[in-house]
Design a protein around this ligand. Structure first.
Ligand code: 5GP
Length: 219
C-alpha cells in the first residue's frame, strides 16, 4: 500500500499500537495487515511466557528466561515492559528506533500498560488503536473457540476483560470488530492518513524548497 506523498518524500515511520481485551480479534487483524502491507513490520516482543503450540521463537515472540528479561530491563534495552496474565512482556528498543528513522511503520501488539509507557516515551510517533469485540458473549465464544488455553486461563482472561476495556479512552481510535473486512478498511484508512500527517513527512520542506529555486518563474 503506497500513499500519495510516497515514495519521494522522506518520512518518519508510524508507531501503530493496537491493543484489545484478549479475544477481540486483534491477532487476526494485525496478521492480515502485515500480510497486505509490506511497509509495516511487527515489533517482536520478548516474553517469559512459554510458547504455545505452533508459536515460533523469533517470529511470534522471543521467548526468554526471567533472568534474561531482568537483564534487558537493567541495560535499558526495553522501550516498555509489563506484567500481563502472569507473565512478563517487553518491547526491544533498537529494532523499533532503526525502523522508524528509516520511514518504516512498526506495529505493536501490546496491552494498555505498554501503550501508556510508549506514549510517554514517543508521543509524536504513536498512533493508538483499541479493538473491542461486538459483545461479551461473542468474546467468550472466541476465547473458547481457540481451545488452546486451559479453562482456568480462559476464566482468568474473561475476568481481566472487565478491567482492560476501561482503557478505551486512552487510544486515538476505537474499532468495534464486527467483521474482518470492515475493520481492515478502517485500519487501512487510519494508517494512510497517519502516514500523510505533515509532521511525519520530514522531507516536505526540502521538496517544497525546490519549487522556490526554479529559475525565471513569471511573477
Ligand atoms: P499473549 O500471551 O496472548 O500472546 O499476549 C497477552 C497480552 O500481552 C496481549 O494483550 C498482548 O497484547 C500483550 N503483549 C504482548 N507483547 C507485549 C509487550 O511487549 N508489551 C506489553 N506491554 N504487552 C504485550
Amino acid at each position: 500500500m503506497t500513499t500519495a506523498t510516497a515514495p519521494m518524500i522522506r518520512r518518519r515511520g508510524v508507531m501503530l499500537v493496537v491493543s484489545s481485551p484478549s479475544g477481540a480479534g486483534k491477532t487476526t487483524l494485525t496478521r492480515t495487515l502485515l500480510e497486505r502491507d509490506h511497509d509495516v513490520s511487527l515489533s517482536i516482543s520478548v516474553t517469559t511466557r512459554p510458547a504455545r503450540p505452533g508459536e515460533i521463537d523469533g517470529v511470534h515472540y522471543h521467548f526468554i528466561t526471567k533472568d534474561e528479561f531482568q537483564g534487558m530491563i537493567t541495560r535499558g534495552e526495553l522501550l516498555e515492559h509489563a506484567h500481563v496474565y502472569g507473565h512478563s512482556y517487553g518491547t526491544p528498543r533498537s529494532a523499533v528506533e532503526a525502523a522508524l528513522a528509516d520511514g518504516k511503520d512498526v506495529l505493536f501488539d501490546i496491552d494498555w500498560q505498554g501503550a501508556q509507557q510508549l506514549r510517554l516515551a514517543a508521543e509524536h510517533d504513536l498512533v493508538g488503536i483499541f479493538i473491542l469485540p461486538p459483545s461479551l458473549a461473542e468474546l467468550e465464544r472466541r476465547l473458547r473457540a481457540r481451545a488452546q488455553d486451559p479453562e482456568e486461563v480462559v476464566q482468568h482472561r474473561l475476568a481481566q476483560v472487565t478491567n482492560d476495556v476501561t482503557h478505551w479512552a486512552e487510544y486515538d481510535y476505537v474499532l468495534v470488530n464486527q467483521d474482518l473486512e470492515t475493520s481492515m478498511t478502517a485500519l487501512t484508512a487510519i494508517l494512510i492518513a497517519e502516514r500523510m500527517k505533515r509532521r511525519r513527512n520530514l522531507g516536505l520542506a526540502e521538496f517544497v524548497e525546490q519549487f522556490r529555486r526554479q529559475p525565471d518563474l513569471p511573477s
